[in-house]
Ligand binder design. Structure first.
Ligand code: FAD
Length: 452
């Protein structure tokens, strides 16, 4: 156990006893926040700025939630979020800048990638650009038909391909692009994505940035000066009066607050793991049900030093698609940019589910089958991020599922009297991102400062 963890654990044991029952009447904060991910920390951070104290309860033994940087053998592993999307008018980017956190622009994808279709023949350059142009025109057609429809992206794609009498080759390329460019953003198959909200998220302009010193600098900075209780798994939320809400935790601890902010993932809300008494309103439960919670799994592939040298000239993105099994997988070539000999494999939707159920040997075989440029002895070690299996998340990020309504993200963010909701799935403009979590927390703090 490292020193920091030890201090945390000792504090936990102490606070666990002290916390058994205390109420805001005894001078404790009136605001309780559930979840120390970016949304919960951002709410507490901005409340602190407005002079309102709060206490954050987090089920796990760390802060950051789906922002999780692991440091091992001089390498950074971004287990969750990797990129800040855009530097133009992006409040999260501005926050990082203000704190002087280093950010590096990732080269734009399409100019520098290599594609393997099932034939294992590598395709790059002009041939690839030609296919990309085809995809962009299909994408535009889909967007032009998105308003007011209630079909999925794949249903509309089928319709277009039939009416334009696509060849098998065109179909394969369309499947390839949708799998590896579109499904990645949603963590779900296009048959699950609502056409009406296709590309509805308004991402900030200006490229994708990594944080070479670790994405966890964002939650660490947000958490400064806050009261955070780790190891507190919320099980029940009970209204005991118009003013008071009683929180019961798995370890038997109880806390009473007058304002509650829930920031657990949509996956956790869907699971019904937290018991609300009285139950949440029907419209909110229906929005929780309708929205999608995608799966996005990273596989970290550590390369041998001489393999790293051999593979350094590979492009930034290497993509694989097999038309027979309709499976797609891609690698981000981190070793190209950093001293870490890592390739990061990415599988989404059904692929992510499959990956989460593989043991070590199966995972290695899987990676080799998707990477014709790798040999078994290039690989030293492999890890999979497995967010879907983790009961504290149950997936990776939210998306507008086929059958959902365009008001559902906002509905999820609506308060039920003094029980409030924040988190990436409560922000209809940039849902699914760290920006969304950050903004939803800030919005919540602005709302609460007027109530306290
Ligand atoms: C693999 C992966 C890659 C991603 N890549 C990117 C990216 O590159 N860029 C980007 O912008 N976004 C990315 N995202 C999405 C981004 O990480 C999330 O949108 C964001 O971090 C969500 O923050 P949040 O605070 O809303 O939720 P969370 O981070 O999920 O925080 C919720 C917290 O609640 C805690 N909790 C759960 N249940 C309970 C309970 N019962 N009691 C108490 N606490 C509880 C959890 O432990 C967690 O800490 C990625 C996500 C994943 C998984």
């Amino acid at each position: 156990m490292r020193r920091r963890d030890f201090i945390k654990a000792t504090m936990l044991a102490f606070l666990g006893q002290a916390l058994h029952r205390f109420t805001f009447a005894s001078g404790q904060p009136k605001v309780a926040i559930i979840g120390a991910g970016v949304a919960g920390l951002s709410a507490a951070h901005f409340l602190q700025k407005y002079g309102v104290s709060s206490v954050v309860f987090e089920a796990s033994s760390r802060i950051g939630g789906r922002v999780f940087t692991k440091r091992e053998a001089n390498c950074l592993f971004e287990w969750g979020a990797n990129w800040i999307h855009g530097n133009q008018k992006n409040p999260l980017f501005a926050f990082a800048r203000k704190l002087k956190i280093e950010t590096n622009l990732t080269p734009e994808e399409s100019r520098n990638e290599q594609v393997f279709l099932s034939s294992k023949k590598a395709i790059r350059g002009a041939e690839y650009q030609e296919r990309l142009k085809f995809f962009r025109t299909v994408e535009e057609k889909l967007m032009s038909r998105s308003r007011g429809t209630n079909v999925s992206v794949s249903q509309e794609l089928d319709r277009i391909s039939k009416s334009e009498k696509w060849t098998q080759e065109q179909m394969d390329w369309a499947r390839f692009f949708f799998k590896l460019y579109v499904e990645e953003n949603y963590g779900a198959p296009i048959s699950d994505i609502a056409l009406s909200q296709f590309s509805s998220a308004s991402w900030y302009e200006g490229g994708d940035y990594v944080l070479p010193g670790g994405y966890d600098q964002i939650p660490t900075n947000l958490a400064k000066g806050l009261q955070i209780q780790l190891g507190k798994k919320l099980k029940k939320v009970e209204r005991i009066s118009k003013e008071e809400i009683k929180l019961s935790f798995e370890d038997g601890a109880v806390f009473v607050c007058s304002q509650l902010v829930i920031t657990v993932s949509l996956g956790v809300l869907k699971s019904g793991w937290i018991d609300f008494s009285p139950k949440l309103p029907k419209e909110k439960l229906e929005a929780i049900e309708r929205l999608g919670f995608g799966k996005f799994t990273k596989v970290f592939v550590r390369l041998k030093e001489d393999s790293r040298k051999r593979l350094i000239s590979l492009p930034t993105w290497i993509k694989f698609f097999d038309r027979v099994t309709d499976s797609g997988f891609q690698f981000f070539h981190l070793a190209k940019f950093s001293s870490c000999p890592l390739l990061i494999g990415i599988g989404v939707g059904q692929e992510a589910e499959l990956l989460e159920n593989l043991n070590g040997d199966e995972l290695k075989r899987y990676v080799l089958s998707r990477a014709p440029f790798l040999q078994a002895d290039d690989i030293v070690e492999l890890w999979s991020s497995d967010w879907g299996k983790n009961e504290l998340y149950r997936g990776s990020y939210s998306f507008p599922k086929h059958g959902s309504k365009d008001t559902d993200f906002d509905l999820l963010g609506q308060s039920v009297e003094n029980v409030h909701f924040a988190g990436e799935a409560c922000q209809s403009d940039v849902y699914g991102t760290v920006e969304a979590a950050f903004l939803s927390g800030r919005r919540m703090a602005e709302k609460l400062k007027l109530r306290i």
